[in-house]
Ligand binder design. Sequence first.
Ligand SMILES: NC(=O)c1ccc[n+]([C@@H]2O[C@H](COP(=O)([O-])OP(=O)(O)OC[C@H]3O[C@@H](n4cnc5c(N)ncnc54)[C@H](O)[C@@H]3O)[C@@H](O)[C@H]2O)c1
Length: 289
Amino acid sequence: MEIETIAVIGAGTMGRGIAYAAALGGYRTVLEDVSLEMLEQGTAYISQALEDGRARGKVTQEQKDKALANLTTSRSVEDVCREADLLIEAVPEEMEVKLEIFTIFDKFAKPDAILASNTSSLSITEMASITFRAEKCIGMHFFNPVPKMKLLEIVRALETSEATLRACVEVGRRMGKEVVVIRESPGFVTSRMNAMIGNEAFYMLQEGIATPEDIDKALKLGLNHPMGPFELVDLVGLDIRLNILEYLHKTLGEKYRPCPLLVQYVKAGRTGRKSGRGVYAYGDNGVKK
Ligand SMILES: NC(=O)c1ccc[n+]([C@@H]2O[C@H](COP(=O)([O-])OP(=O)(O)OC[C@H]3O[C@@H](n4cnc5c(N)ncnc54)[C@H](O)[C@@H]3O)[C@@H](O)[C@H]2O)c1
């Protein structure tokens, strides 16, 4: 089917980035959230990201104007369901919330519409199971910050059809992403690998092997990682990383047991940049202290 309109549910960190990529890719784009504040912040973020792209010569003035004209917002998921050809949910990483959204999608979306989740680790097959269109359910895992990150991991659930897969690969290309297609498995490729590296870094910190700065430096300069594991987890959110590890531990076994130090940081409210403190501390301007 021809995808013309994309609805993004959830205007948080990821939803606003996905809406940016969709609008810039030429799709009519509706960004939906229950929170008016998140919608306002989301649209401000998209305008700023387009302006930054224009200033850096990556986006032309014409592309910026078209992208802004393509974008609308809504606070009614039922309404956006009725008009979208592809629905991408980016609500919090909890299966109950995802199942609620997929139930609404299935009830109100056009019969042909594709239902996608941006989950970092949860089972798309489980989300698909509560719909009457499992063949149209798929994972579209974007990366933070979406405007800058090249990869889109497309996750094929048990019953995802070839047609659904092809349509989403094409959407990814039009959004300017490099696409990899993988068979569903907990944590997919990227979250599983990342969780393992990040957890190991916390064990090293707990054992007093090195300072956070030196562990980050070692991976950046010795292994050519663009960011250190602690810089990255502060960006992603320690609470989100912990949720992923708990899920991997439950589904894949002992080697994914979350490091006690990570659990303790989350209990202390040190969730990363968003709370001003994770492994590192950040000032009001978001700059590392
Ligand atoms: N943050 C990351 O780096 C990252 C990367 C890849 C994937 N993900 C995944 O993306 C999803 C969203 O993560 P995030 O970091 O953007 O979360 P977030 O907390 O920043 O945003 C979630 C948004 O969903 C909204 N919301 C909650 N319930 C809703 C509902 N019923 N209907 C509509 N909106 C609702 C909230 O108001 C909020 O704006 C999660 O599944 C997460 O695992 C996150």
